[in-house]
Design a protein around this ligand. Sequence first.
Ligand SMILES: Cc1cc2nc3c(=O)[nH]c(=O)nc-3n(C[C@H](O)[C@H](O)[C@H](O)COP(=O)(O)OP(=O)(O)OC[C@H]3O[C@@H](n4cnc5c(N)ncnc54)[C@H](O)[C@@H]3O)c2cc1C
Length: 462
Amino acid sequence: MRSLRPAHLKPIHVVGGGLSGSEAAWQIARRGVPVVLHEMRPDRSTAVHKSGKFAELVCSNSFRSDDAEGSAIGLLHAEMRRLDSLVMRAADTHKLPAGGALAVDREGFAAAITAAIEGAPLIDIRREEILEPPADWDSVIIATGPLTSPALADTIRALTGETALAFFDAIAPIVHRDSIDFDITWFQSRYDKAGPAGSGADYINCPLTRAQYEDFVDALLAGEKIAFHDFEATPYFDGCLPIEVMAERGRETLRHGPMKPFGLTDPHRPAAKPYAVVQLRQDNKLGTLFNMVGFQTKLKHGEQVSIFRTIPGLAKAEFARLGGLHRNTFIDSPKLLDDTLRLKAMPRFRFAGQITGCEGYVESAAIGLLAGRFAAAEQLDERPLLPPPSTAHGALIGHITGGHIETIESGPRSFQPMNINFGLFPPLGGGTTRGAKKQALCARALADLDAWISAAVAHAAE
Ligand SMILES: Cc1cc2nc3c(=O)[nH]c(=O)nc-3n(C[C@H](O)[C@H](O)[C@H](O)COP(=O)(O)OP(=O)(O)OC[C@H]3O[C@@H](n4cnc5c(N)ncnc54)[C@H](O)[C@@H]3O)c2cc1C
């Protein structure tokens, strides 16, 4: 039985109040353990955050597919809901129409997380930049994300004895809806798919003929890009390639990626199939802003405006935000962390979120959820229980803390951030179809998760 009451427990220090730090702090407090949450915003911000709110979404407002029977990210959503996730609760409360995806009103979402954190009696909020966690903090979760402040990044480099890995990601532009020409564009989700908050007509579609597509690709290739001296040697994360880099890889690459024309019919010209389509997804609750799906770019701002206005329907587009570049910082987790996310060399430190080498809002929050639970269990003198590898949480943490090296490729510095995907799950035997396999993986995961939750409850009560 637990002998300690919260008043006698030393607090866990969570550094960073983003997606992962907020979720970690929430999970710790829900276990009756005090937390101090250190967040440097708004006094000191990053290159992309705009507010002092917790869990601010810095780019897309999408949590991706919500299909818990056929997609790995939808499964992760479902697992997090069962694990009392604050991030999923706020996302569900503030969801917007987005076809099969779970998209959120970013303002409402961050406000809900902030209110929940501020209202949690066991969470003490300190608005300060942490340069170096003091020696008397005996349990620390570092959740400072891809834009970890430079001073703390130096400390982490010293702690880990590594030069942190870094690479570049690009963000997509946002357009004012009332500047889009609806005599040319139309609302439709691919294959009319209605998602968690959708109607089947949630995306704005801009159709391109073959000639328009070819001109567009030429303009991207010729367009002036932002130059970074240390850019050349830095690899991109493949799930977030800038459109001009995709165009460089082949003239048809975009048409098979973000500009694919499938599952859409132009009501203005139903007989003419578009050769390519640019899609825009609702970005705020009011429905006044739409982001260009998959249109991350490092084109210069002036070039973006002139090139994107050649897209049919966007000739008079007004941009609420243009695309840009950011650096991503992450540690070599398989080498540095143990299986409960502690730094092997100094176990009082845990890492959570994107800095561990997961990728994405939801994955970052999920790793925050686990780090919070592990840290709380330790503080309560319990043994942290690892999620089964067959669950999305288990698959994700397995990738971060070693599965990658064991099962994918060995060798130094091969660890790269990754979204959750079925390739990280232990395979099922038998030769069924791909769709049936995904469903079976999801069913197995949720059953195993439920068993794990029951075991964790029983373990805590011992
Ligand atoms: C420009 C950009 C675009 C992105 N686009 C997407 C996208 O479209 N979709 C997607 O799923 N993911 C995207 N990501 C990845 C996204 O950042 C992560 O998925 C997610 O926000 C990471 O969560 P996190 O909690 O690890 O970090 P964050 O959410 O960034 O939170 C880290 C927090 O730590 C704080 N902090 C940093 N240093 C210190 C310090 N020394 N002391 C105190 N506080 C500190 C920061 O202010 C911040 O609040 C993008 C990232 C960037 C940078």
